[in-house]
Design a protein around this ligand. Sequence first.
Ligand code: DAH
Length: 340
Amino acid sequence: MSYQDKVDKIRQDFQARINSLKLTDSSLEELRVEFLGRRGKITHLISKINEVSSKDRPVFGQLINQLKQEVNDKYLELKTRISTLTGEEVPTISDPYLPGDYFPVGSIHPVEQTTQEIKRIFASIGFSIAYGPEIDDDYHNFEALNIPRHHPARDMQDTYYISDDIVLRTHTSNTQVYLMEQQKPPLRYIVPGRVYRNEAISRKSYNLFHQIEGLYVDRNVSFAELKGVLEYFVTQFFGKEEKARFRPSFFPFTEPSAEVDMSCLFCGGKGCSTCGNSGWLEILGCGMVDPAVFEMVGYDPEVWTGYAFGMGVDRLTMLKYKIEDIRLLYNGDIRFLRQF
Ligand code: DAH
C-alpha cells in the first residue's frame, strides 16, 4: 500500500467512525486517542515518513499533515458540540417539582428498639439505669450470687472461660453484685447488656444475647410488689390483651424464685413448634434476693429485703415482632433489618 493509500485509508476510517460516533465525552476521547494519540494511527504514519524516498517526502508530508489538521478540526468541532449539548440538557436550575434525591437511611436494630422501650417503661416507675462488665471474674458472675464452684447450679449456664478465674458473663446478674458492693440501700436499678453462653447456635439459641436485669432493695419489699411491677411491665410492653403467668422456679440467688411466661404469640397459646406445644414462652426469671447474696455484699439480711429479675431482650423482641429465628437478629441481613 502506497503512503498515499495509507493516508486515504485513515481518512476513510475516521469518516466511518464519525458517522457512528456517540456524542459523549468518553467516546470522543476514545476517537482522539485512536487517531491523534501518541500511539494513534496518524501519529504512527507520521513516524513512518522517513521510509518514503526523500524525493516524495515533502508531498506526502503535506498530505499527512493536512489529514491531521482535518481530524483535529473535526475533533474540536465535536467537542464544542458536546459541551453545548450537555449545557442544554442539564439546566442550571433544575425542575423544582422533581422529587428529591434518595439517601438511604439506617434504622435502629430491633434488639436496641426493645431495649429502649424497656428502659422507658422502668424509668417511668423510678428505676435508674446501670451497666456492668461483660468480661468478669468468677466471683461476681457466680460465687457472690450463691453459685459456688463445682455446684450443680453451674450447669444451668454454659460458660465461656477466658482463664480459670475470668469469664464472659453469662448473665447481667453480675451487676447486681457490683451495685450492692458500691452503694448502700435503698437501690432500684435496671441493667441492660450483652451476655454470652457456650451454646450450640440454632433457631432458638445464640451464643450471644441480651438481658435486662432488675434489682430493688429496701426495707419490707414484698413478692407482691415484684409481681405488680412485672405485671405492669408486661401490659406496657405487650398490651393488656396478652396473658402472662407466674410459675415457681429455682435460681440460686433468689428465694423464692419464679419465672414469667407469655402466652405464645406465634400460635395464640394453642401450641406450636416455637413454644414446644405448651402454648407458653418463658420471658424472664425473678425472685426475692436470697439472704446469702446479701451477706456476700455486706448487707444485713435481717434489715434489707429485695427483689431481682432478669429478662431476655432477644426473646421479647422475637415475641413482639413474631421473629421465629434468633439468628436473624445477628446475621446483619439488610432485607430483614430494613423492616424495622
Ligand atoms: N440470671 C438469670 C439467667 O440468666 C435470670 C434471672 C433469674 C435473673 C432470676 C434474676 C433473677 O435477677 O432474680 O437465667
